[in-house]
Design a protein around this ligand. Structure first.
Ligand SMILES: [Zn+2]
Length: 395
């Protein structure tokens, strides 16, 4: 990694304006933006950036209801482009307006992830104001449709399809206690086990009538036994591959033979495993069970994100590490797994671009009690600005 002169780092940090950051965070949080209706927050972000004198683009990216927000800030000299990116939609819970008290910002989106986006904007503004970024550039992007199942992330996927990405990505989601260098892929399945005929009293069943409920139980047993086997060979960071069943439904009353049993759950796989093979193996397991039990099994299957692994030697990781240590007085984050899926999985899986999730230590994501310490937003802004200086300096 190219060494950045300390003077440039100090001038970028001196240009961070905590009051401006907080005002921007409040403005973003004050714009209600449930998933699929995030336009007010995206319009507000565009107004903030334009008000700061930046040229804002609004690509629709296959979602005209709420065009994305895009800003390119270029130093004018060769170097890498670091992308700051995040969603401005919030889970569709009752809207909580922003308040600040005792150094804590509360309200819808404060944690997930308007606070983090305001911090990323502040890092960009500090780099612009200070002139400290002498190589490469910053790409800032934001969009709707992140939170599933209401959104399907197709706006981000369209941006990736259209080549809108940098050489490395920072995502200010609420993860602050580890350096997430690996994560499992996620498949969500529903299996519908059916038999021919109609519901019937148990004693009136024709001989050999298939038992969909017992088949559902056998499916759960087989998935659990696979999980138990995989638990023996976990990935060092990401944990073990797994099946999990969270919902099973069949039957109407105690002595009636039902015609359908539904089993819903998740499949998580490890870095290095093929998501296509994972799915094919699951379909084969269902086909085998159906043929053994005289049932038919139809399955629905979605893949919100693939597994990933980042090398600690990745320039983005080294740049972030150095920045984190600088900003925190020499501390470093323990390497760990990313516990959730986020946009980083899409950047790595679809565009092959390294993406690191790091944001404020915030609480209450996906509840009506979101809160984030203002000091955390400032720390994230400083960390992002210094990461950019390290990362963009190299060609
Ligand atoms: Zn989020």
């Amino acid at each position: 990694m190219t060494l950045v002169e300390p003077g440039r780092i100090e001038s970028a940090l001196a240009a961070i304006r905590p009051e401006r950051l907080l005002q921007h965070a409040i403005r973003l949080c004050a714009a209600p933006s449930p998933t699929c209706s995030a336009r007010p927050a995206l319009d507000e972000l565009a107004a903030i950036l334009a008000g700061e004198g930046l040229a804002v683009e609004r690509p629709e990216a296959d979602w005209a209801e709420a065009p994305a927000v895009l800003v390119r800030f270029d130093s004018g000299r060769p170097g890498r482009t670091l992308q700051f990116t995040g969603h401005l939609d919030t889970v569709p819970l009752p809207f909580v307006p922003p308040t600040v008290e005792g150094g804590i910002l509360r309200g819808s989106g404060a944690s997930d992830m308007k606070g983090g986006m305001a911090a990323a904007v502040e890092a960009l503004l500090a780099l612009r104001d200070s002139g400290a970024l002498t190589h490469g550039g910053i790409l800032l992007t934001s969009y709707d449709l992140h939170e599933g199942p209401w959104g399907d992330a197709h706006q981000l996927h369209a941006l990736l399809r259209d080549g809108v990405f940098g050489d490395g990505v920072l995502i200010p989601e609420y993860l602050a206690d580890r350096l997430p260098l690996a994560g499992r892929g996620l498949g969500i399945f529903e299996a519908r086990i059916r038999r021919p005929g109609i519901p019937v009293h148990e004693v009136l069943r024709p001989a050999g009538t298939a038992d969909v409920l017992a088949t559902g139980c056998e499916l759960v047993r087989r998935l659990h036994s696979l999980s138990a086997r995989w638990a023996q060979t976990p990935h060092p960071l990401a944990g073990a591959a797994s099946f999990f069943v969270g919902h099973i439904q069949a039957g109407e009353i105690f002595n009636q033979s039902p015609v359908e049993c539904r089993v819903d759950g998740t499949r998580r796989w490890l870095p290095g495993q093929s998501q296509e093979k994972v799915r094919a193996d699951f379909e084969a397991l269902l086909a085998q069970l159906a043929s053994e039990t005289g049932t038919t099994i139809e399955s629905g299957y979605m893949t919100p994100g693939d597994a990933f692994e980042l090398s600690p030697d990745e320039p983005l990781v080294r740049a972030f590490d150095a920045a984190y240590a600088h900003v925190t007085g020499g501390r470093s984050l323990p390497v760990g797994a990313k516990p959730f899926l986020d946009d980083g999985n899409a950047f790595m899986g679809r565009a092959g671009i390294p993406a690191l999730t790091h944001g404020p230590a915030a609480r209450g994501a996906h509840t009506t009690h979101e809160e984030v310490p203002v000091a955390e937003l400032e720390r994230v802004a400083r960390t992002y600005a210094v990461t950019a200086l390290h990362f963009c300096s190299a060609a």
